[in-house]
Design a protein around this ligand. Structure first.
Ligand SMILES: Nc1ncnc2c1ncn2[C@@H]1O[C@H](COP(=O)(O)OP(=O)(O)OP(=O)(O)O)[C@@H](O)[C@H]1O
Length: 692
């Protein structure tokens, strides 16, 4: 192991030395300064990549029956460019047998070894013999490393599962499919694990996607924080992690009513915004500008031709407006040129009539024409380029363009739709009057979460497609996305190369689609590769059994997941309504005394967070509103008042299902005894969890 770490240290210091010398080198020109900046950035990234992979750098070794062996690590390390690697990157083809070999298909392996390192020292070794041979003194056959990884304490941050990726997960991570990959599975089946390792694999195996960047979209910042360490620990620091709100770059502080949010999630709103925009794009009218004493007028038809050409030439209302303006100015200069020609001919004719002299003959122009030389024409008389430039800068011209095709601000377009009952009625005829009244807002109302995709849609209509796009996009908790949010994602992924993971049984109150086809086909077409994960690595068998009835109610078609883990039966503590917070505190105290150092979470209706925070519960546990529990996990979970979680928002049973499946070890539910008079401190403990 020491040779691998020695090489890592060497690589880090080489990169540091190189960076220092680049920084020291004098720069003479802006080009050189730019090149230096690029070189420093590249070296800083490389140092970050190497340092990030240091913890648990080596985690595996495979030995073939012929005696050959390879070490598998978070990144690859070679002594020399062309040498065999000292350490093979887990994503390389050579590392496949580590994940894929089984005793039935050993792939030529004799042994798969898992190593655990702490601070560069091997702390445990575990071997699997795959060829049926008997263990020798050099083999350490013991507890499975997966069991060890799963029973380890949670830390509040997800860890990479690269050492124990299971075959059904690895198959998806390593898939050569470049289109849309969808992964579904119950709680704790490793969807997030697969999604993040897939992102790392894409960066390694698909250079084009890596060049264009990888984006991971998660439901909220709490979740992104939870997963934020995984990719850096795999040596990948360049992946962008963002919520939908961050992606749009819009700040929206309020959630807004759910029925309104559901309506705003429909792609009908995109059509309505596009319809409203068309009204602002010179649908009819002529164009007149005053140039000196003259007025130049373009006809309706000329304006309409410019409109069609501008829309074809640029995407986005404002960029197309610029093209429209240029085309109108071209048409104006053409008209001036024509008029000037007519005027000069008129002057010549008048002069000839009055003087009897043919000016053409007099000036020799006719002679030149007769000899075949090009007629410079009246253009000669006008400096068209200068006129064009003046017209483009002219405030009067801009005002005339503005009347036909006004510059827009995305937010104003959304406001123009949502503050105008008439516009809503005209542009959203499929909605009922009552639904339209839900959409109506005041001009100064703050933006809500559901407005974010509308603002993003408006930004793409008004200013053109987003500047930043990605070669591959990963969406976690993808069941949550509305049609308008899918449109945001698709806009940012022109290659349509995506990994989407989710579980419709865990869908929140705003999501309307109930399966992948319904969610994806309007945006990505009917073709996607669907994978199912079937084994839960988080939730114990006992917890899964306790939520089975609930799952049947919320997702009758979903096959129950099986778990690799078993543990305590979930408990229910019953208390009076006003004894709830006290009961939570008592339960947490008991759990932290009995299991010191374990990570505890309290999941409650969103409305209870303030009250629990005031109780000082944050000392014992993380307080998580049920709406933000998706994707998270804890060693022990206390679910406060399930009834309240159910009634707090639409689809509350699915929120409860999420809350009840967050524990890796212990689940305790604190309920209010029905009809129990609120008597502070009164408690009864049932050891079963049935009947929720
Ligand atoms: N192969 C594996 N090796 C080690 N740990 C794993 C493995 N697969 C999953 N896990 C662990 O199982 C837990 C659940 O995984 P994950 O969060 O990816 O599940 P999920 O399907 O996304 O769950 P949910 O639907 O509840 O969000 C995590 O702690 C994860 O680290």
């Amino acid at each position: 192991m020491s040779s691998v770490y020695k090489l890592l240290t060497e690589r880090i210091s080489e990169a540091q030395v190189q960076r220092a010398s680049v920084l020291k080198a004098p720069v003479g020109s802006p080009d050189e300064a730019y090149e230096r900046e690029v070189a420093v950035e590249r070296l800083t990234k490389e140092i970050g990549r190497l340092e990030g992979a240091e913890a648990g750098l080596v985690f595996g070794r495979i030995d073939w029956t012929d005696g050959m062996a390879l070490h598998i690590g978070r990144i690859g390390l070679h002594t020399e460019e062309d040498d065999l690697p000292l350490l093979v990157d887990w994503r390389a083809n050579a590392a496949r047998p580590f994940y894929e070999a089984t005793p039935v298909h050993p792939m030529g392996l004799r042994r798969r070894r898992h190593l655990r390192l702490e601070k560069r020292t091997v702390t445990s070794v575990s071997d699997e013999l795959l060829d049926g041979s008997a263990p020798t003194d050099e083999d350490v056959v013991g507890d499975g490393p997966l069991t060890e990884a799963l029973s380890a304490r949670r830390t509040g941050r997800m860890h990479a599962a690269v050492a124990t990726l299971q075959a059904e997960q690895d198959e998806i991570v390593r898939s050569a499919h470049r289109g849309v990959t969808v992964v579904q599975g119950g709680p704790g089946t490793g969807k997030t694990v697969v999604a993040l390792h897939r992102a790392a694999y894409v960066l390694y195996a698909f250079p084009r996607a890596a060049e264009e960047g990888v984006l991971v979209v998660g439901p909220n910042t709490r979740f992104l924080d939870y997963i934020s360490q995984v990719l850096p620990s795999l040596g990948e620091n360049d992946v962008v992690l963002a919520t939908i709100r961050e992606l749009a770059g819009v700040s929206a502080d309020t959630a807004g009513p759910f029925d309104t949010a559901r309506l705003k999630g429909s792609s009908d709103l995109a059509d309505a915004l596009a319809g409203l925009l068309r009204v602002h794009q010179a649908p009819s009218g002529d164009f007149t500008v005053r140039i000196g004493p003259e007025r130049v007028r373009l006809s309706d038809e000329e304006v309409a031709t410019a409109r069609v050409a501008a829309l074809a030439a640029a995407s986005g209302h404002n960029p197309a407006r610029q093209v429209f303006k240029e085309l109108l100015v071209d048409a104006v200069t053409d008209a001036m040129q024509r008029d000037m020609g007519d005027l000069l001919e008129q002057i010549d004719a008048d002069a000839e009539r009055m003087t009897g002299i043919n000016l053409d003959r007099f000036t020799g122009a006719a002679q030149r024409r007769a000899e075949g030389a090009a007629d410079p024409g009246p253009v000669h008389e006008l400096d068209l380029d200068a006129i064009r430039a003046d017209l483009l800068d002219d405030a009067g011209v801009d005002r005339a363009v503005e009347a036909l095709w006004p510059r827009l601000v995305p937010g104003d377009l959304v406001k123009a739709l949502l503050t105008d009952a008439g516009a809503l009625a005209e542009l959203l005829p499929r909605l009922t009057a009552q639904e339209r009244s839900l959409l109506l807002r005041g001009p100064d109302d703050p933006w809500t979460d559901a407005d974010v995709p509308l603002l993003d849609e408006a930004a793409s209509l008004v200013d053109g497609p987003p500047e930043r796009t990605y070669g591959h996009v990963v969406v976690d908790e993808a069941q949550e996305l509305t049609a308008m949010q899918w449109r945001m994602i698709v806009r940012r992924c022109p290659s349509r190369s995506m990994t989407l993971v989710g579980d419709f049984a865990q869908a929140g109150p705003v999501a309307t689609a109930r399966d992948w086809k319904e969610a994806l086909s309007p945006h990505l077409g009917p073709r996607f590769k669907l994978h199912n994960l079937t084994v839960s690595y988080r939730t114990t068998q006992e917890i899964l059994e306790s939520v089975r009835d609930l799952l049947t109610r919320i997702a009758p078609d979903q096959k129950p997941t099986r778990s690799l883990r078993s543990g305590q039966r979930p408990r229910t503590v019953t208390t009076s309504a006003d004894g709830l917070a006290t009961a939570v505190v008592r339960e947490l105290r008991a759990q932290s005394t009995a299991h010191p150092g374990e990570l505890l979470g309290v999941i409650c209706a969103d409305t209870r967070v303030g009250e629990l925070t005031a109780q000082g519960i944050a000392h014992h546990a993380r307080i998580v509103p049920a709406s933000e529990a998706r994707g998270l996990e804890f060693d022990g979970v206390v679910v406060m008042n399930p009834e309240e979680i159910i009634t707090n928002r639409p689809g509350g049973e699915r929120d409860l299902y999420v809350a009840l499946t967050r524990a890796t070890k212990r689940l305790c539910t604190i309920t209010v005894q029905p009809g129990h008079p609120p008597r502070p401190g009164s408690q009864r403990t049932r050891q079963s969890y049935e009947g929720l």
